[in-house]
Design a protein. Sequence first.
Lengths: 204, 430
Amino acid sequence: MPLGRIILAVTVIFVLGLIVLPSTVNIFAGSHTFYDVSGGNESNCKKCHADVLEELKITKVHATVDDEAGVSGEECRVCHRANVSTSKGTHAATVTSCRYCHLNASSVTGAPLAGGFGLSDNEKDTGIHAMHTSYVYYSSRDDLMPNTTEACVGCHSNTWLQVTLNVSTGAIFVVNNSYTVDESRWETTSMEMRDFTTHKEVVN
Amino acid sequence: MRGVIIAVVIVLVSALALFASINTVTIFTGSHYMTDISSPQNDIDCTWCHSWMADELNHSAIHSSFKCEECHRMKITTSGEAIEYATHNASGIYPGNQTHAAYTPTCLDCHGGSGIYYNDTWKAKQAPPAPAFNQSDYGSDYSAHKGLVEDAKKQGMSFGENEACIACHTNYSLQLDYSYFWNINYSVDNWTISSFSFNGTRDYSANHQDTGAKHEFVKSSDINCITCHKNIYDALVNGTDGGTNEDYLTHSPIEINSNDTDTKSEWDADNAWGNYRYHYIDSNRAERVDNSYCFKCHNVKKYADNHSSDKSTYSLGNVTSDTNSPNVHAAEALWCQTCHGSGKTKEVINNTDYSKGAGHTDQGFVDEVKNNYARTFHGDICMGCHEAAVHPEKECSKCHKDNKEGANIYIESEPSGNATTDAGMDGGGM
């Protein structure tokens, strides 16, 4: 059959279809199908945050925060709607800090306390020998994530991390000899680090 | 034509996919994939962020078999302090108290007291106790480096007194800037010191550059006294050029000999006890001034234990009893009087080669110096006479003839040791 006739036939069918079809258009298909948010079924986080859901599926911790086996998407609510209040300017979810559950002995989630920094409300938590205190402290001052979350995520998750550490390789001691005619003492009056070198560590 | 159609189709499909895809972004990919920390071992590997430290430890002469947790998650120190870490293992979840992930120990947390500590797996381990410093208040005041340890405790560069330990026991680079007196002047007349004075300030810098690695620990036998005490080494090896005379080398006393003829050497190759000279090095000083030489005085016990022949020859077993060397860490702070004072094994005695009467042996001179003058000056007071260059050949009359029995002495501190003497007051005897 000649090509020209095929094209003519397709064109005629297309035009007839346009004439017959309704002349209305919806901006978003499905936009009048609403979720029933009553009865605690407030969220469908996995619709947009499927990547997070996939991470939860392969992690042992946090996957059962909803006291249910398996990962259904309801786990999100436990952390990200733990302190939701429309009267306080939150709607669907909050950007939750690790601190909310893990430094709070009375957390409704019953999460294990992350003690040892002197930051939790456990009276025994002194943190007097904590090594990563400055790491946590400066994390709390950074705005990238709430409170100390950057520090927690840096160690406790599989997030790609680049750490640059400035380390001293030497020191200078000032040693003075104090003396009178009949008494003397050597005293180290100062000890200062110097000769810093940079170590770049990449954790992936 | 076909290629154009395929390209158009790809573009249209990609546009559709972008339009339909989720518009959300996770700040950190992987931030919801939490590390499972429930196994018995440490599941968050320290070396993920501290790999260079692990590398240092691998090159360390000691401790290289330790994992990080051996020290940095130890459970109980030698002093009995318990440290509770945040832990999740088969027995449960435990919030940390004193610390969360890791603890910075002081060296004495393992090497203090009995040396028994409990490591990260609750295993009791025996570390060699740090001699003297493992005791309360860091032990004997005669430990030459006790002051360094006490001062380190007050400083904030590291935890506890670690600065002092790291300075000697690791490959951390160190510069020591010393400040002390330049010289002393004193006069001796009839074995009584008068008009003593100290003058000037000497600034001496000992700069030791090493790998800079605090986790590279060195064996005790590889710690070199000269690294920090280079001014002493310089004094013993170089001193001040004496021209045609002996060089001025302080810190190494020589036995003085003189017979009546004034024609023989003023220095004795053998000492008053008939043994070869113990202190003075007459040749190859650069090689012979080493830790062993330092221990001849500053740790007699250690020297005697490692040199049985000298121990016998010089009665070092008895000399050790006169010192505090069994009770110190590394080195003893001492006076010449420690060995040569009254009642000591090597109490100064008359040199049988000298027939002009008693020297300072009967005068209590050595004890007087110890009792009346600061320890920092003792050595130079003795070296004012016992420095080889002070006794040039055939110039005894400068101080020892007729009514000129006395001396005015000027002597500089290490490393120059330059000294001058001239005849003192009339009368008396030396």
